[in-house]
Design a protein around this ligand. Structure first.
Ligand code: ATP
Ligand code: MG
Length: 560
């Protein structure tokens, strides 16, 4: 996992900082707010933070940014820990919370007041907004901006003691109300909120604001490189202002990189949470969700996700990456690992009229074409078989090499068969095919070397096991749902389809989460959460080929 990767601009900076002796070792952190499950965008941040440290014998903290009591929960904390571990990273004993530092943060706030660099404002929230000005007009000073240090210290202590109601007072940095950078127009440092915090209980009724808490937590932990996404670029002057004022012994450096966006996927915890809350998906770990939990349940290997973000790369350019790139990483990973099995997703019965009714035999089936060491398994063959509806066409075009009336096809690991008769119901639908098999053509041991163009998969009716197989598609019909005004209008109504499939019997012993290839169909695994009585429930992880590539590439190009 800590294989050196080609040097992106962040790795280059780190390399130089080590070469020049600026740092002896690298310390990074991944700082999620526990207000939802992590998504594919976070995978990028996790891999980057943990990998750059590991590549340089450094350390990485997992720090929960829990400064927003009420929106955060222990359920999310647990989910985040599980997800980071599953991705393959270990924070050791470096699991922290912004709330661990509430005491030190308060001391730093007092220090800023003593330096004359912060003041308590008693304007209302509306007034503060009004005084702040706009991007084109300067702000103006609050009438309370020049309170004495003594008065500010007194008010801050009373804020902390709970003497004021929510919103009545706020502690602000004293920087510059005319700065072209809005973040420097006396940003709030502490606000009053009489809420119980999931970690500190009722100990505090004032809570630090993100920029303040984040900068100082980085400093307290000795973070050397504080890696964050580009939307924080305008916050960097404030980040540096805190460090200049307070002069902590460790001076972290903030470096921004671009967010990773995935085509057809939402990458915002808030919006993903809305999908869950509104019941549009079955939960945060619904296999259609671009959450780590959803992708794990879907059957994506952790290594495929790591490959994917490596391929996406660390840059400063906005990127919207095709789903096909992610799916290719999954395919490549599973192609090597997953054993092959036979399964029929949309069954059509065939009867081999010249095969004895009470007979069955075992066919030798290869487990993996590229890994002979995995050997063969035996699958039962008998007179009645399921084949895929798609593999039969009554009026087939010239290049259709599967089954058609009067035509021949090879059954994988079995015999060559011919379709003699099509049986239909009153509505004219095909219900069954009557075929005959050629006993000389048994796969491997047959005496005939006759060849036919098509090979199809099958499962013996008498031995098949039933399963529900869930076939997933994109949740959205638009390539960039993040920018949609209302994502409800672009939901893909066909993102989940469930079929009643027939599987070869060996699949009954598959463990949940273990991926297999259903030959000719794709990669599948048993769902880890859902059970349907005794019937197994499978997820389609990914199809064998990328049918979306072209459509998607065009859609993304049109966007740019
Ligand atoms: P969300 O909007 O989904 O809540 P966030 O950025 O608010 O995302 P945090 O929990 O604050 O979520 O994120 C933790 C870390 O993950 C941050 O350092 C953030 O920059 C990074 N991150 C979040 N989204 C992405 C993304 N799409 N690509 C890369 N990094 C991301
Ligand atoms: Mg956030």
């Amino acid at each position: 996992m800590s294989e050196p990767q080609s040097r992106d601009f962040i790795r280059q900076i780190i390399h130089e900082d080590l070469e020049s002796g600026k740092h002896d070792s690298i310390v990074t952190r991944f700082p999620p707010e526990p207000n939802g499950f992590l998504h594919i965008g976070h995978v990028m941040s996790i891999c980057l933070n943990f990998s750059v440290a590991a590549e340089n014998n450094g350390r990485t903290y997992l720090r929960f940014d829990d400064t927003n009591p009420g929106k955060e929960s222990e359920e999310y904390v647990a989910a985040i820990e599980r997800d980071v571990h599953w991705l393959g990273f270990d924070w050791g004993d470096r699991l922290t919370h912004a709330s661990d530092y509430f005491g030190q943060l308060y001391e730093s706030a007092v220090q800023l007041v003593e330096l004359g660099a912060a003041y308590v404002d008693s304007l209302s929230a509306d007034e503060i907004r009004e005084y702040r000005g706009t991007l084109t007009t300067p702000g103006k000073d609050s009438p309370h901006r020049n309170r004495s240090v003594a008065e500010n210290l007194d008010l801050l202590a009373r804020m902390r003691a709970g003497e004021f109601a929510d919103g009545e007072m706020v502690l602000r940095a004293k920087i510059d109300m005319r700065s072209p950078n809005m973040n420097l127009r006396d940003p709030a440092l502490y606000r009053i909120r009489h809420v119980t915090h999931q970690h500190t209980g009722d100990k505090w009724c004032i809570y630090p604001m993100y920029d303040f808490a984040h900068t100082l937590s980085d400093a307290f932990e000795g973070i050397t490189h504080s890696l964050c996404t580009l939307e924080f670029e305008d916050h960097r002057p404030l980040y540096n202002w805190f460090l200049e004022q307070l002069k902590p012994p460790h001076q972290p450096r903030q470096i921004e990189f671009s967010r990773l966006n995935l085509a057809y996927a939402i990458t915002s915890k808030r919006k993903l949470g809305a999908l869950v809350e509104e019941g549009i998906v079955a939960g945060w770990d619904d296999p259609r969700m671009p959450t780590i939990a959803g992708m794990r349940r879907r059957g994506y290997p952790a290594a495929a996700l790591r490959d994917f973000v490596t391929r996406a790369g660390v840059t400063k350019k906005d990127k919207l990456i095709e789903m096909g790139v992610l799916e290719n990483c999954v395919r490549e990973n599973l192609g090597e690992a997953a054993e092959r099995r036979l399964a029929v997703l949309r069954p059509l019965k065939i009867v081999l009229t010249n095969y004895p009714e009470d007979k069955s035999e075992m066919m030798s089936a290869m487990n993996h074409p590229g890994r002979p060491e995995l050997g063969n398994r035996e699958i039962p063959f008998s007179r009645e078989l399921w084949i895929e509806q798609d593999d039969f066409m009554e009026e087939a075009p010239r290049k259709f090499f599967r089954l058609q009336p009067g035509g021949e096809v090879r059954l994988r690991f079995g015999y060559i068969i011919r379709c003699d008769e099509v049986v239909k119901n009153d509505a004219g639908e095909v219900v069954e095919l009557h075929c005959s098999y050629d006993p000389e053509t048994r796969s491997g041991t047959g005496t005939s070397d006759r060849k036919v163009k098509g090979t199809i998969h099958w499962v013996s009716c008498a031995h098949a096991i039933d399963a529900k197989v869930r076939l997933y598609d994109r949740l959205f019909t638009e390539v960039n749902p993040n920018s949609a005004a209302d994502f409800h209008t672009i939901l893909n109504a066909d993102s989940l389809q469930t079929v009643d499939a027939k599987l070869e019997p060996s699949l009954s012993s598959l463990a949940p989460g273990d991926a297999v290839q259903f030959e000719r169909l794709g990669y599948f695994c048993i769902d880890s959460e859902e059970h349907s009585g005794d019937t197994l429930v499978f997820n389609r992880i990914v199809t064998l080929r990328d049918t979306w590539a072209k459509i998607e590439k065009q859609a993304i190009q049109q966007q740019h």
